[in-house]
Design a binder for this molecule. Structure first.
Ligand code: NAD
Length: 480
């Protein structure tokens, strides 16, 4: 048996290596099945103790001056930068994405930490004068204890956003990274903890049961990025404890391809949106509504692009399509593709399980899809482009809007009128016109429907993680 590269430890009450008596899990490399990480599992009792220890540490961190907290975050960002290559390699080993993409995710995370360090101390509130010599001010205060529960698909970037925003606003944090990328979470927590006072950050590891135990505690906020089903379970747990739930969840983002655009360019955008990170991006293109006028040319160009992608281990330079995160997830993706084909859709490229080790899945294009197919309606989270042909832009908008999710949407169009209709009418948090990715750093939106609630990004996340106190000040009755 090969030895795992990483031996993850928990951080509870400022002590590394604490607890983990709930068992041990092993993460294997999705490219070849070799062991990557061994991970302790927190017991429910350890979760309770970690929350109690965090509660003890909360007042000291809340009373630290905002500029000092920001300085700590600047040091934390430098520590993450020093560990950047290790973090990228751990990400690729644990979840499979091409190493350059993993490096990009780490760099984005570091940028977010620095952005929050800048923004944190600048925050203030309104002042009012209800009477001439009275002052009212409204000031943000930390919420207290924040549970941060994160996914595996872009583990450093996603975690840095929530951790940076929660810490700089004066909250103590209990961090539960995904059980599929625990060593990445552990390396990140080690780097951050170097720069923070002891006890401000805790790390709990294990699977859904550890996340559920944490979300059930009397914390002040549970911030979750992950699937819609988990988000709903967390919202229910928060309803019982009174904690605030901040949820950035799943999506089934549409791409609308209007008549009159260049089909080659549209296929390039579609391929990027559907196949980057093997489709494992919350805002990946998950269903395509293509105008009949260019559908044949568009599909031909997309099939060509899908077939040309170099599939291989994420660590190999030149790999464009890494494996899926694991075989369990591959079964989910392939299950949706085969069900669509059984219901009458036509495979144009991909859609077959490759022989050999790992969790590879080819870039896949399926035509003749209907809105009722799970492949179109549900989140697939794989490198699959299901194409639905439409007769008008209006029809595309209507069908794109009919979804249990409301994360984002992209429209490719040369018509300003259509672009304007799209951003006004689509019931999603983010609308992108003529580019599937590329929003400005610091941008933020509120997801809708099953995609979550609250701002998970940008300066607005700082508001989510603080609570506003109003103070009314008057001089005493004069006694002089
Ligand atoms: P997941 O919800 O299964 O897991 C995410 C985290 O939640 C993990 O740490 C997991 O252990 C924990 N968890 C699982 N069950 C729990 C429970 N009952 N109570 C508390 N915690 C629990 O999601 P995943 O498979 O890791 O990630 C993929 C999903 O994340 C996709 O749906 C994707 O769209 C979504 N995602 C959304 C965004 C966004 O910004 N909207 C960003 C990235 C990923």
């Amino acid at each position: 048996m090969l030895r795992a590269m990483y031996r993850v430890e928990q951080l509870i009450g400022g002590v590394w290596g604490a607890g983990g008596t709930g068992g041990q899990q092993t993460v294997v490399d999705p490219a070849d099945g070799t062991p990557v990480s061994t991970v302790p599992v927190a017991t429910a009792d350890e979760v309770v103790k970690a929350v109690a220890a965090a509660r003890e540490a909360a007042p000291g961190w809340a009373a630290t001056a905002p500029a000092d907290r920001a300085a700590a975050l600047v040091r934390a960002a430098a520590a993450v930068e020093a560990a950047a290559e290790d973090l990228a390699r751990a990400t690729t080993a644990e979840m499979g994405k091409p190493l350059d993409d993993a490096r990009g995710g780490v760099a984005a995370g570091i940028g977010t930490l620095r952005q929050y360090a800048e923004l944190g101390p600048l925050r203030g509130g309104r002042t009012l004068h209800g009477a001439t010599d009275a002052i009212d001010f409204m000031t943000p205060q930390p919420r207290g204890v924040v549970a941060v529960i994160t996914p595996w698909n872009d583990p450093v970037a996603v975690s840095c956003g929530l951790l940076g925003a929660a810490l700089v606003t004066g909250n103590v944090v209990l961090y539960k990274p995904s059980e599929r990328t625990p060593a990445t979470g552990w390396l990140l927590a080690r780097a951050l903890d170097e720069a923070l006072p002891s006890g401000v950050l805790s790390l709990l590891t294990g699977g859904a049961e550890v996340g559920a135990a944490l979300a059930g505690q009397e914390v002040d906020v549970v911030a979750h990025v992950g699937s819609t089903a988990t988000g709903r379970a967390i919202a229910a747990a928060c309803a019982r404890t009174g904690a605030k739930a901040l949820l950035e969840n799943g999506g089934s983002d549409p791409l609308i391809v209007d008549a009159g655009v260049d089909p080659g360019w549209a296929a390039e955008q579609a391929a990027l949106g559907a196949f980057a990170n093997a489709g494992q991006i919350c805002v990946a293109v998950e269903r395509l509504y293509v105008h009949r006028d260019l559908a044949d040319d568009f599909v031909a160009a997309l099939v060509e692009r899908a077939g040309a992608l170099r599939m291989g281990p994420g660590r190999d330079p030149g790999t464009e399509l890494g494996p899926l995160v694991d075989r369990r997830h591959r079964d989910h993706v392939h299950g949706q593709v085969t069900a669509a084909v059984a219901e009458g859709a036509r495979l144009r490229v991909g859609g077959t399980l490759p022989a050999g080790p790992g969790a590879f899945y080819p870039a896949t294009v399926v035509t003749g899809c209907t809105d009722e197919m799970a492949l179109v309606r549900q989140e697939t989270f794989g490198p699959v482009a299901p194409v639905v042909v439409v007769d008008s832009f209006g029809e595309a908008l209507k069908r794109a809007a009919r979804s249990p999710y409301g994360l984002a949407a992209t429209v490719l169009t040369a018509s300003m009128g259509h672009a304007q209709r799209a951003w006004r009418e689509l019931p999603v948090g983010t609308v992108k016109v003529n580019a599937v990715f590329g929003g400005a750093p610091g941008g933020a939106a509120q997801p809708r429907r099953g995609s979550g609630q609250g701002f998970g990004y940008g300066p607005e996340l700082l508001d989510e993680l603080t609570t506003t106190k109003a103070v009314h000040l008057e001089p005493p009755t004069p006694t002089w």
